[in-house]
Design a binder for this molecule. Structure first.
Ligand code: T6T
Length: 343
């Protein structure tokens, strides 16, 4: 059989040879296309490794990890991820030290305490590792300003937690018709994010003279403890109108406490964070509203920012990510649902 190539008649043997030549040509074209990307990744001789060390096992940080992975895959970066089982400095610091021993190029960390993580993170910087904090901060959270023992991280990427606390206060005030007793269910003092949410809540609630604020209840990031505390607060204040759960476990615990008392819908619950469990509670009426953070964005921009710093680009010293307010009226909207956290 005879076929043609550039109008030339070929026999079987010649056709096989032409096929091989075509295959080589295609491979060379593909290499020419891919080479610039690959040489970009290995520009300084090695593939970058970025470690992500969150605060504790929870859907907020798993969602953050997914965002970080998207960026790492797009940039051709190795992403290490290790997640502490408890929110505790004594659990997080040994994991941090083990990560430092692996000599990653950069560490993204959610420090579990504003003060106690300063020295362990300084040790990382002293070994040439770039440090960026995500979600929580150390010291006063103002980095690279030449002031304070903890100004050495290159960037802080997070929600505006004071604003989130203010938003929670406004929402809770509205749901209790601007009058009654409320309190904040919070994790542990010394955590930057939850301290700021409480601060924002307290600042805003002052604008409502009809609302009295009871003492904050600290639950050590334990939902069971938060549930027991809700019941104890109601035992002392049977007319309690509402509660602000300043993070995922505080909100879930407060909601459990309300449910155990059979007061679903009567004691209003405003939640920070939006795992599936909280969304289901919004649907059942146990929780009024959730202020969802955008943890996937925090992870994504964490990796992109670290990569930029590692490749000699200048980077912003803070990056703020937004909120999505979820309630029964919008929870099924795809533009809202996409911010629900997952494991
Ligand atoms: O609310 C988030 C996070 O922002 C906070 O710093 C700690 O608690 C969570 O992880 C939720 O459990």
């Amino acid at each position: 059989m005879v076929s043609t190539f550039f109008n030339i008649n070929l026999n079987n043997n010649e056709r096989q040879i032409m096929k091989k030549i075509k295959r080589y040509l295609v491979s060379i074209c593909m290499l020419a296309f891919l080479l610039p990307m690959v040489s970009n990744i290995y520009a300084d001789g090695h593939k970058k490794t970025i470690a992500l060390l969150p605060g504790v096992v929870d859907p907020f940080y798993f969602t953050m990890h997914r965002g970080a992975k998207h960026a790492a895959d797009a940039l051709g970066v190795n992403l290490l991820f290790q997640i502490p089982k408890q929110w505790n400095v004594s659990v997080q610091v040994p994991i941090l030290n083990a990560i430092i021993a692996k000599k990653p190029d950069a560490i993204l960390i959610a420090p579990t305490d504003k003060v106690q993580l300063i020295a362990p993170l300084k040790a990382a910087v002293d070994q040439g590792i770039k440090v960026i904090t995500v979600d929580t901060f150390i010291d006063d959270g103002m980095y690279q300003d030449g002031s304070g023992r903890g100004d050495f991280p290159l960037s802080y990427i997070a929600s505006d937690n004071v604003l989130g606390g203010r938003m929670a206060a406004r929402a809770l005030a509205k749901s209790i018709n601007n009058k009654g007793k409320v309190y904040v269910s919070n994790t542990v003092p010394g955590v930057s994010t939850t301290d700021q949410r409480e601060e924002g809540f307290k600042l805003e609630i002052k604008n409502y003279p009809g609302i009295s604020l009871l003492k904050t209840q600290f639950n050590d990031d334990d939902a069971n403890k938060a549930a027991a505390q809700l019941q104890a607060v109601v035992a002392r204040n049977p007319d309690l109108s509402g509660v602000f759960g300043a993070n995922l476990f505080s909100a879930i615990g407060a909601a459990d406490g309300v449910k155990a008392l059979g007061k679903s819908g009567k004691i209003k619950v405003v939640a920070f964070d939006a795992p599936t469990r909280i969304v289901n509670d919004i649907k059942s009426g146990l929780i009024d509203l959730a202020i969802a953070q955008h943890p996937a964005e925090i992870g994504y921009y964490g990796v992109v920012t670290a990569y930029a710093a590692l490749t000699g680009q200048s980077i912003p010293v803070t990056i703020g990510t937004g909120f999505t307010v979820m309630d029964a009226s919008n929870i099924d909207d795809p533009d809202v649902k996409k911010f629900i956290y997952s494991d």
